[in-house]
Design a protein around this ligand. Structure first.
Ligand code: FNR
Length: 198
């Protein structure tokens, strides 16, 4: 009964800095004892939300899968790129689709009561920090408890090595601790004891 955390980046790009970042935080959460499902949105392509398509064809299969994955996890570990000071269109589109009621169901929202931890990485100086303000507001509107702890990694092209690891041990430890902190908080909220891998 370990806390379950769904981890993904709001980028489909193969060499995405945000994918590398969320992988390190996910590892930290897993080491702290959470059950982490780490997915790549590239594996779940979704059309741009269109109300007419939704009426005619219903929810795309990948949206139903992502929605179900969210329902099955208590935590969301998210790394969002910053596009023009805001959320990436990919992440916003996934959130918009998943926020729609599932066909023929009055079932639970995949967002309400979830606990989310946010991070971002960017080649720029602010590391995508301005975008996180918007991600936080969007998720907050959907009833997600967005934790105050967050990290924005600037100069991402210098912060990560070619193999996806972080150049600075101190920075790597801070990212892993962000994931671990979420695992510990979720365990506390759920009243379960973590069995750690370290
Ligand atoms: C960007 N990028 C960017 N970076 C930033 O720090 N602040 C910004 O406002 C923007 N705006 C922006 C707009 C658009 C349309 C693009 C394509 C890019 C740069 C962005 O951080 C960079 O492309 C990252 O590499 C994207 O994240 P991933 O894909 O590496 O995870």
């Amino acid at each position: 009964n370990a806390p379950k955390i769904l981890a993904f980046a709001g980028s489909a790009r193969k060499d995405s800095w945000n994918k590398k970042l969320v992988a390190i935080a996910a590892e930290g959460a897993a080491m702290a004892g959470a059950e982490v499902t780490h997915i790549d949105l590239r594996d779940y392509p979704t059309p741009l939300y269109d109300g007419d398509d939704e009426s005619e064809y219903g929810m795309p299969a990948n949206v139903l899968t992502l929605r179900q994955l969210m329902l099955e996890h208590q935590g969301l570990l998210l790394a969002s790129p910053e596009y023009n000071g805001s959320i990436s269109p990919l992440l916003k589109n996934v959130i918009d689709w998943a926020s729609r009621p599932a066909p023929g169901s009055n079932g639970p929202s995949p967002f309400s009561g979830k606990v989310a931890t946010l991070m971002s990485a960017s080649p720029g100086g602010f590391g995508g920090l301005r975008g996180l303000v918007h991600v936080r507001a969007i998720l907050g509107n959907l009833g997600v408890i967005v934790l105050p702890e967050q990290l924005a990694i600037g100069s991402a092209h210098e912060a990560f090595a070619a193999d996806g690891s972080m150049v600075s041990d101190k920075q790597r430890a801070a990212v892993a601790e962000l994931g671990a902190g979420q695992a510990r908080l979720l365990a506390k909220l759920l009243g379960v004891t973590l069995s750690t891998g370290c």
